[in-house]
Write a protein that binds this ligand. Structure first.
Ligand SMILES: Nc1nc2c(c(=O)[nH]1)N[C@H]1C(S)=C(S)[C@@H](COP(=O)(O)OP(=O)(O)OC[C@H]3O[C@@H](n4cnc5c(=O)[nH]c(N)nc54)[C@H](O)[C@@H]3O)O[C@H]1N2
Ligand SMILES: Nc1nc2c(c(=O)[nH]1)N[C@H]1C(S)=C(S)[C@@H](COP(=O)(O)OP(=O)(O)OC[C@H]3O[C@@H](n4cnc5c(=O)[nH]c(N)nc54)[C@H](O)[C@@H]3O)O[C@H]1N2
Ligand SMILES: [Mo]
Length: 762
C-alpha cells in the first residue's frame, strides 16, 4: 500500500487546477447573491461583519482580529450571511400548498431555498400540513406538554449558533425544569476535544490565540480543511509562511486550501494570479492513520534526542509539568516502523522528513478538526497530538499550543455558559444559590444517547434551538421513523429543513431572528455575544430589518416556553431578562466571574475580550495536577479491520454547504461540479474492484451489527486518495453510519472511517 504511486501525472484523477481564494471565491459569493436574490443593502451588511459594532458571522468560529480587513469575511462567511438575507420567504401559504410528507422528497438544498420562515406554525397531523398559529397558542401548548411528562425524558438540543445570553437561559431553563439533557452540535463535532483536552491538560478548549500565529515556526495540520471551513484562517497561514513558518499537513485528501492561496484582499496577487504555497509537506495519511503517523513523528524525535545526547526533549518541562512520560516513551520504543507504515499508509522516510521540521522548530502549533475528532479512537488521536507537543514543551508558551478549529460560530461558548449534559462541568451550586432551586445532578444525554432514547421510546420531548438534528445524526434511516412517536417536538429555526418534516404528536415550528437582524425588546435594540475558537468573546449587533414582523428572538422564544412550563419563582425573571439582555450578561458575569466579569463593559473591546485558559498558563486542572502523556493501546483510530472489499468512508463538507445547509452543487476546490451523489476513490481501488470510473454503485454499510444500511446509485469519481480510503458528502451518506460507531470516550459519532462495501448496480 505504501508503494502506491501518489499524485502521479499518469493517474487520471479529478483535481482543481487553481489555488484557494482568488477570483474563484469572488465568483462563489456573487453566485450566492444571485441565487438568493439577496435583499437590498446586503452588501452593506457584509461590510460590518466581524467588526466591532457590527454583527459576528454565523459561519465558522474562527477568531476575529483586533485590526480587521476592510472586508473581514470570506467567501463562505458571505454565503452564510447572504443565505440569511435572502428575499425569499417560506410562508403559511407555502405550507398550505405542500404536505409535510411531500416535502420529504425534496433535497436539503430545495427545502432551504424556500427562504426564511415567517410565522409560527403548528403541525396538523389530520391534514399532514403545517398551519399558522399564534405565539401564545404555541407557548401554552408546549408548556402544558412539558408539564405532563417526566422532565428526564425531555431533550433540549442546541446547534451552536444561539448567543451566550440565549444559551445561558436555555441551560438554566432545562435545570429549573429538571434535567441535564443538553446535547449540542458539539456532541457530533468537537466533544472529543472537550473530553480529551479536559482530561489531559485540564482545559476543554484550545490553548492558542490568534497572536500565536505571528510567532510560530511550524504548524502541524491534521484533518481540518481551512479553504472551505474556515477560509479567514488562510490569511494568518499565508503570513506565517511568508515569514518562514513551515506547515506540514496530514490529510488523505490533497485539499486545495492547504496547498496554496491567492489572497483576495491583495490586489497584486489577484491581478497576477500569483499564489502562496502553504504546506511544505503534504502527507496523505489513510483515514484513521494519525495515531500511527504521530507515533512515527515521536519515534523520530526520540531517536534525534538520543543522537543529541538528550538535549532535544524538554526534560525540565516534563519533570515539572507532566506525568506518564515513561510509559509513553516505552510504547514508542516498542512500536515498530513496519506497523507505523502499515497503519498510517505513509513511508518512514516521509514521516522522518516531517519529524525534521518538528525538531528544528522552536515553537510548534498543532491544529486539527473533524479528521481527528470523528473517529472511534478520536480520544487517542488528540492524545497523540498532545504527546507530540508536550515532548518539547509546546503548550503554554507564545507561538505554540494545541488548536482545535471549532465549527459553529458559538459552539464553544454554548458549552462555556452551561449547555452541557455533563453536570460536573457546570457550577450547579452557583445556579442553586442564584436561582433558589435544587438543580438535577445526574448526567444527561449526549447526541448518541438521545438517538438511542428515541429508538427505545424512552425520550418523550425534543426542543431544537436551531440546527437540523435528524439530518446531522448517524443512522437516520433508523431514527426518523421512531421520531414520530415523540409526544412533543419543537424546532426554533430560520429556515425549513428535513428535521422539521418528522413531527412528534404535538409539534411546532417557531421562526426566529437571524444574527444580522435588529432585535428590539422593551428596553430598545439588543446586543448578543458569542465566543470564538480562541476563547475571545464578542458583542454582536444586528442592524437589518427582520425577515418578517412575526419573528421572535431566540431568547424571547426560550423565555416564552419557560414561563409556560415552570412554576413562578421570584429569582427567575423571564420578562425582565427578555426586556434587557444586559441583565442576562450580568447573570453570566456573576456565575462565571473569573472569565466573564464586567462583561457588559468589555464586550465591544476590539478583537473581543479574552476569557483566559488555565493550560495556557501551565496550570493543569487535571486529576494529577499535571499535563498527561498517554500510551495508546492501538495504532489505528478506527476499530474497522482491513478486509478485502471493505473501505473506510470519510464524510466531508463541500465548498458549497454549511453543514446540512446546501448552498449549491459546486465543490470548486476539489474540482467536483454539479453533483453531490459521488464517491471519490483512487484509480487503483477502482481497478482492483473491477469497477470503471463514472460507474454507479451501491454503498452498503459494513458495521456488522445486524442492521442493513444502503444507499444506491452513487457515481465513482477517480481521485487522488490513499488505497482503501474513499470520500463522500455529509449529510447524504449519514444513513450509512451505525449509531454505535462513535468515539469510545466522548461518544462523538465517527463520521470518518465508516466501514462500507461497494456493489455494482445491475
Ligand atoms: N463553509 C463552511 N464552513 C464550516 C462548515 C461548513 O459546513 N461549511 N461547518 C462548520 C463546522 S460545524 C465544523 S465542525 C467545521 C468542520 O471543519 P473540518 O474539521 O475541516 O471538517 P470536514 O469538512 O469534515 O473535513 C475534515 C477534513 O479532515 C480530513 N480527514 C478525514 N479523515 C481524516 C483522517 O483520518 N486523518 C486526517 N489527518 N484527516 C482526515 C478530510 O479530508 C477533510 O479535509 O467547519 C465549520 N465551518
Ligand atoms: N456524516 C457526518 N455527519 C455530521 C458531520 C460530519 O462531518 N459527517 N459533522 C457533524 C458536525 S461537526 C456538526 S456541528 C453537526 C451539525 O448539526 P446542526 O448544527 O444540527 O445542523 P446545521 O446544518 O448547522 O443546522 C442548519 C439549520 O439551522 C437553522 N438555523 C440557521 N441559522 C439559525 C439561527 O441563527 N438560529 C436558529 N435557531 N436556527 C438557525 C436553519 O433552520 C438550518 O436549516 O453535524 C454533524 N454531522
Ligand atoms: Mo461542527
Amino acid at each position: 500500500m505504501t508503494d502506491e504511486p501518489r499524485n502521479d501525472d499518469t493517474i487520471d484523477t479529478v483535481t482543481y487546477e487553481g489555488s484557494s481564494g482568488g477570483w474563484g471565491s469572488m465568483r462563489g459569493m456573487v453566485q450566492t447573491m444571485a441565487r438568493q436574490m439577496s435583499s437590498p443593502g446586503a452588501l452593506g451588511t457584509l461590510s460590518t461583519q466581524n467588526k466591532t459594532g457590527g454583527f459576528m458571522c454565523t459561519s465558522c468560529a474562527w477568531g476575529k482580529p483586533k485590526h480587521p480587513h476592510a472586508f473581514e469575511f470570506c467567501e463562505n462567511g458571505a454565503k452564510a450571511t447572504l443565505w440569511e438575507l435572502t428575499s425569499q420567504r417560506c410562508t403559511p401559504q407555502f405550507f398550505s400548498q405542500h404536505s409535510v410528507s411531500d416535502l420529504r422528497s425534496w433535497t436539503d438544498h430545495d427545502l432551504e431555498m424556500t427562504g426564511r420562515l415567517t410565522h409560527p406554525m403548528r403541525y396538523d397531523a389530520a391534514s399532514d400540513h403545517y398551519v399558522e398559529c399564534s405565539w401564545d397558542e404555541a407557548f401554552t401548548a408546549i408548556g402544558s406538554e412539558l408539564k405532563s411528562i417526566d422532565p428526564k425524558s425531555a431533550v433540549f438540543y442546541a446547534s451552536g449558533r444561539a448567543s451566550l445570553e440565549t444559551s445561558y437561559l436555555y441551560a438554566l431553563f432545562a435545570r429549573l425544569y429538571g434535567h441535564n439533557n443538553l446535547p449540542d452540535s458539539s456532541n457530533m463535532c468537537h466533544e472529543t476535544t472537550s473530553v480529551t483536552l479536559n482530561e489531559l491538560i485540564g482545559s476543554p478548549v484550545g490553548t492558542c490565540t490568534l497572536e500565536d500565529f505571528e510567532e510560530c515556526d511550524a504548524i502541524f495540520f491534521f484533518g481540518q480543511n481551512p479553504g472551505t471551513n474556515s477560509p479567514r484562517f488562510l490569511h494568518p497561514l499565508q503570513k506565517a509562511v511568508e515569514r518562514g513558518c513551515k506547515i506540514v499537513t496530514f490529510n488523505p485528501i490533497r485539499e486545495t486550501g492547504l496547498l496554496s492561496f491567492t489572497n483576495p484582499q491583495r490586489p497584486g496577487q489577484m491581478l497576477t494570479g500569483r499564489d502562496t504555497d502553504l504546506s511544505c509537506q503534504y502527507l496523505q495519511v489513510r483515514a484513521g492513520g494519525d495515531i500511527a503517523a504521530i507515533m512515527g513523528l515521536c519515534k523520530y524525535v526520540f531517536a534525534q534526542d538520543e543522537a543529541r545526547g538528550g538535549t532535544l526533549i524538554d526534560r525540565a518541562f516534563i519533570a515539572k509539568h507532566c506525568t506518564g512520560f515513561d510509559a509513553f516513551r516505552d510504547k514508542a520504543a516498542a512500536t515498530s516502523w513496519e506497523r507505523i507504515e502499515q497503519e498510517s499508509g505513509l513511508r518512514r522516510a516521509d514521516i522522518e522528513e516531517a519529524g525534521r521540521v518538528y525538531v528544528e522548530a522552536e515553537r510548534v502549533i498543532g491544529i486539527y478538526g473533524m479528521g481527528l475528532t470523528q473517529h472511534v479512537h478520536g480520544f487517542e488521536n488528540i492524545a497523540m497530538l498532545l504527546n507530540l507537543l508536550l515532548m518539547r514543551g509546546h503548550i503554554g508558551r507564545p507561538g505554540a499550543g494545541i488548536c482545535p478549529v471549532r465549527g459553529h460560530s458559538n459552539v464553544q461558548g454554548q458549552r462555556t455558559v452551561g449547555i452541557a449534559e455533563k453536570p460536573e462541568l457546570v457550577p450547579l451550586d452557583k445556579f442553586a444559590e442564584m436561582f433558589d432551586f435544587d438543580p438535577p445532578r445526574d448526567t444527561g444525554m449526549t447526541t448518541v444517547d438521545v438517538c438511542e432514547a428515541v429508538l427505545d421510546r424512552s425520550a418523550k420531548a425534543f426542543i431544537g434551538l436551531g440546527g437540523n438534528f435528524l439530518r446531522a445524526i448517524p443512522d437516520q434511516g433508523r431514527v426518523e421513523p421512531a421520531w414520530e412517536d415523540l409526544q412533543l417536538t419543537v424546532q426554533i429555526a430560520t429556515k425549513l429543513n428535513r428535521g422539521h418534516l418528522f413531527n412528534g404528536r404535538t409539534s411546532y415550528l417557531l421562526p426566529c431572528l437571524g444574527r444580522s437582524e435588529e432585535d428590539i425588546q422593551a428596553s430598545g435594540p439588543q446586543t448578543v455575544t458569542i465566543e470564538d475558537s480562541f476563547s475571545h468573546v464578542h458583542g454582536s449587533l444586528g442592524h437589518r430589518t427582520p425577515a418578517s414582523e412575526h419573528l421572535m428572538s431566540e431568547l424571547a422564544t426560550v423565555a416564552g416556553i419557560a414561563k409556560q412550563t415552570l412554576a413562578p419563582n421570584p429569582a427567575v425573571r423571564w420578562d425582565a431578562w427578555t426586556a434587557d439582555y444586559a441583565i442576562v450578561r450580568d447573570l453570566i458575569a456573576e456565575t462565571f466571574h473569573e472569565e466573564f466579569h464586567d462583561m457588559n463593559a468589555r464586550m465591544f473591546e476590539a478583537g473581543g475580550f479574552y476569557r483566559g485558559n488555565s493550560a495556557r498558563e501551565r496550570i493543569w486542572k487535571t486529576k494529577s495536577g499535571k499535563a498527561q502523556f498517554t500510551a495508546p493501546e492501538m495504532l489505528a483510530a478506527t476499530n474497522v479491520a482491513d478486509e478485502e472489499g471493505r473501505y473506510r468512508l470519510v464524510t466531508v463538507r463541500s465548498n458549497d454547504q454549511f453543514n446540512t445547509t446546501i448552498y449549491g452543487y459546486s465543490d470548486r476546490l476539489r474540482g467536483i461540479e454539479g453533483k453531490r451523489d459521488v464517491i471519490l476513490i483512487s484509480p487503483a481501488d477502482i481497478e482492483a474492484a473491477g469497477f470503471v470510473a463514472g460507474q454507479r454503485v451501491r454503498i452498503v454499510g459494513d458495521a456488522g451489527d445486524g442492521h442493513h444500511r444502503q444507499i444506491d446509485h452513487f457515481e465513482l469519481v477517480p481521485y487522488d486518495l490513499p488505497s482503501g480510503t474513499i470520500v463522500g458528502y455529509y449529510p447524504e451518506l449519514n444513513p450509512l453510519i451505525a449509531l454505535n460507531h462513535h468515539d469510545q470516550t466522548s461518544k462523538t459519532p465517527a463520521s470518518k472511517a465508516v466501514p462500507v462495501r461497494l456493489e455494482a448496480e445491475s
